[in-house]
Design a protein around this ligand. Structure first.
Ligand SMILES: [Fe+2]
Length: 317
């Protein structure tokens, strides 16, 4: 990309990029927008430094697709700074609180893909900090293309053509797969309310492996959180296979953990990169905002085709 200043992610050569010196005026240039899109598809994660404000957050998101209202906030009366932005908050009075490895962690989130519990998964999101906590609060990313490439050939053959069943959940200490906190001490009330949403009362199915259409690369498309099992193999054997795949996928050496600085905005390809939040210690305050960039990779489906999903919902539900 000639028109942009691009570097590797700190300490991470295999995926992701840092873009420095991008200004809002540059976003008006068609070639720059195209270069940014190509970089996003190629690298999976882009860290933008020196950005600011809600307007820039939305205009930068628009470069990569249409920002949409979070599907679980559609028809829900919840105060927000902007319809297209969700707030992720932890402080002494609010936010998810878990015990993880014997420590209390606010806003801890396991490895996951956003909206994988719906049949249409958003293509990406851009996260930015409003309040950077004094300690912790990083966001982790794992490249699922590199994870697929590293699978042994016999495992690649075994999972070819399989699909995973997902269901929305709010308490990650009850997750069936991946790392689980020991216990949940508090859930954010908005989080609790999402569990009532009509769109998440049903299970959905996504392929375990799919091919990125722009590049032909295969993606190990498994979200440990929200996974319930392998379609048609929801038994001990199928669960052991899924567990084995997930252990290979979330190996710590695959992860890049972004340490937030003021002015950062981080974009990821939600169809190719897992993310997680190792959380903050109690006493810290963290406030992040995220956009949701629409799209449909068109390989997800409802387990029950009669189920009602957000597109069919009317305001006021
Ligand atoms: Fe997320």
């Amino acid at each position: 990309v000639r028109s942009l200043h691009v570097e590797d992610l700190p300490g991470q050569k295999s995926f992701g990029a840092v873009v420095i010196g991008l200004t809002e005026e540059m976003l008006a240039d068609a070639q720059t927008r195209q270069d940014l899109n190509e970089l996003w598809i190629d690298k999976g994660v882009i860290v933008f430094r020196g950005m600011a404000g809600i307007g820039t957050h939305i205009r930068l998101s628009e470069v990569f697709g249409e920002p949409e209202e979070h599907p679980l906030l559609r028809g829900v009366d919840q105060p927000r700074e902007h319809k297209l932005i969700i707030d992720l908050v932890f402080d002494s009075s609010i936010g998810d609180l878990y015990e993880v490895d014997g420590e209390l962690r606010g806003s801890w989130l396991p490895w996951h893909s956003d909206l994988i519990y719906l049949d249409k998964i958003n293509h990406g999101g851009i996260l930015r900090p409003v309040v950077v906590p004094e300690r912790g609060g990083e966001t982790g990313f794992i490249d699922q293309i590199a994870a697929y490439d590293a699978l042994p050939p016999e495992l690649k053959r075994e999972i070819e053509g399989l699909s995973v069943v997902y269901k929305h959940a709010i308490d990650s200490s009850l997750a069936k797969f991946g790392k689980r906190p020991e216990r949940c001490l508090r859930l954010h009330p908005y989080q609790v309310r999402t569990a009532q949403h009509p769109a998440v009362q049903h299970r959905v199915i996504h392929p375990m492996v799919y091919t990125q259409k722009e590049t032909g690369r295969k993606v190990l498309y498994v979200s440990p959180w929200f996974a319930e099992g392998i379609e048609g193999k929801e038994n001990a054997e199928g669960d052991a296979l899924l567990q084995q795949v997930i252990e290979r996928l979330i190996q710590p050496q695959r992860a890049y953990f972004h340490r937030w600085q003021e002015g950062d905005m981080v974009l990821w390809d939600n169809w190719r990169v897992l993310h997680c939040a190792p959380g903050v210690p109690v006493g810290c305050h963290r406030h992040m905002r995220r956009t949701t960039i629409t799209g449909d990779y068109a390989l997800g489906r409802k387990e029950n085709p009669e189920a009602v999903f957000p597109d069919e919902l009317r305001a006021g539900v």
